[in-house]
Design a protein around this ligand. Structure first.
Ligand code: FMN
Length: 285
C-alpha cells in the first residue's frame, strides 16, 4: 500500500484542519457554555478538547481563530473576559441541538434558545449548565496558550475543574458506563462516532510485564491466518507456557491451517489457555 506524505508548509490552513480532524479522531466534544462580560450566554461545541491531568483535574479545549479570516470566537472572548466556562459532554440525544449551537450565530445571540437545550444554574461559576448533558464540568480558566497568530491558529484554554455534575444512572458499579453516557465524538468532515452499544468493548490491561511479540514462536508470526491482533493477544500473556506439554484432544484438527483457525476462535472467545494448547499442537503439526 503506498503512503502519501504531506508537509504543513504545502497546505492551506483549511486543508491542514481537514487532515487533523480526519486523522486525530474520534475526538470528544466539549459543549462549552460561557457568558459575556455583558451577561449574554453562549453555547458552542469544540472537539479540540481533552482532559490532561487529574490532580488538579484539568481540561483544555481550543476555540481557535477562524480559518476564514483569523477572527476570534465568542467562546474565547467570553472565557477570557470572565475566567469561567462550563463543559458539557454531548450525548447522542443532544447531537442535533449541539449542531445548531455550532452555527455562526452573531455576537449577543444566546445559543440556548436557538438549540433548544436547557440552561440551569451552576454552583461555582456564572455560565449555565446544560440540563440535557449526562456529564458536565464547572471550570475556572487557568491558562491561555496561543499556538500561532494566523487564520486557523490554536487558542487553547486550559481550565481547572471545580465541580463535576454526573447524571446518576451513568454510574454502574461505581464507574461511568459508556452505554448510559451514550457520548458522540467528532471525526473528519461530517463524520461522527457514537460511543455505545457494539461500538464499545473492553480490553483487559496487561497484567504486569507480558510475554511480548518477540518471544512468540516464529511459526505463529509466519502464519497467513493469524492476525496482528491474534498475535497481540498471545503476546499479552503473562508468560510462555510449556508448549511441549500441550496434549491433543479428540476432534482437534490435524492440519496447520485448521489449527490456526482454531487458535483464532479460542482467542476470540477469550480462552487464552485453549489458544496456547492449540499453539502447542501447531508447533508439532
Ligand atoms: C462537533 C463540532 C466540533 C467543533 N470543534 C471546534 C473546535 O475544536 N475548535 C473551533 O474553533 N471550532 C470548532 N467548531 C466550530 C464552532 O463550534 C463554531 O465556530 C461556533 O460558531 C463558535 O461559536 P462562538 O463564536 O459562539 O464561540 C466545532 C463545531 C462542531 C459542530
Amino acid at each position: 500500500m503506498s503512503v502519501r506524505t504531506l508537509l504543513p508548509g504545502d497546505l492551506s490552513p483549511i486543508e491542514t484542519n481537514a487532515l487533523l480532524c480526519g486523522g486525530v479522531a474520534p475526538r470528544p466534544i466539549a459543549l462549552a457554555s460561557t457568558i459575556s462580560a455583558a451577561g449574554v450566554r453562549n453555547l458552542s461545541p469544540f472537539s479540540f478538547f481533552n482532559a490532561f491531568g487529574s490532580n488538579p483535574p484539568t481540561v483544555a479545549f481550543a476555540p481557535n481563530r477562524r480559518g476564514r479570516d483569523g477572527t476570534v470566537k465568542h467562546t474565547y472572548l467570553n472565557a477570557v473576559a470572565t475566567g469561567e466556562f462550563v463543559i458539557a459532554a454531548v450525548s447522542f440525544a443532544m447531537l442535533h441541538p449541539m449542531n445548531v449551537a455550532s452555527a455562526e450565530w452573531p455576537e449577543g445571540v444566546d445559543e440556548f434558545p436557538k438549540s433548544g437545550l436547557t440552561p440551569t444554574p451552576g454552583r461555582f461559576v456564572k455560565p449555565a449548565l446544560v440540563a440535557e448533558s449526562p456529564f458536565q464540568m464547572e471550570c475556572r480558566l487557568q491558562q491561555v496558550v496561543e499556538l500561532g497568530s494566523g487564520p486557523g491558529s490554536g487558542l487553547m484554554l486550559i481550565g481547572e475543574v471545580l465541580a463535576f455534575h454526573v447524571r446518576e444512572d451513568c454510574f454502574v458499579e461505581g464507574l461511568l458506563h459508556p452505554d448510559a453516557l451514550d457520548l458522540v465524538g467528532r471525526n473528519g468532515g461530517a463524520f461522527y462516532t457514537r460511543a455505545s452499544g457494539t461500538a464499545v468493548f473492553q480490553v483487559p490491561k496487561p497484567a504486569g510485564r507480558p510475554l511480548g511479540y518477540d518471544a512468540l514462536p516464529d511459526v505463529l508470526k509466519e502464519s497467513h491466518i493469524l492476525t496482528a491482533n491474534d498475535l497481540g493477544l498471545l503476546a499479552n500473556s503473562p508468560g510462555l507456557p510449556d508448549l511441549a506439554a500441550m496434549t491433543r484432544r479428540p476432534g482437534d484438527p490435524p492440519a496447520i491451517a485448521d489449527l490456526d483457525h482454531a487458535i483464532r476462535r479460542a482467542l476470540a472467545a477469550g480462552d487464552l489457555d485453549e489458544a496456547w494448547r492449540l499453539v502447542g499442537l501447531r508447533l508439532r503439526a
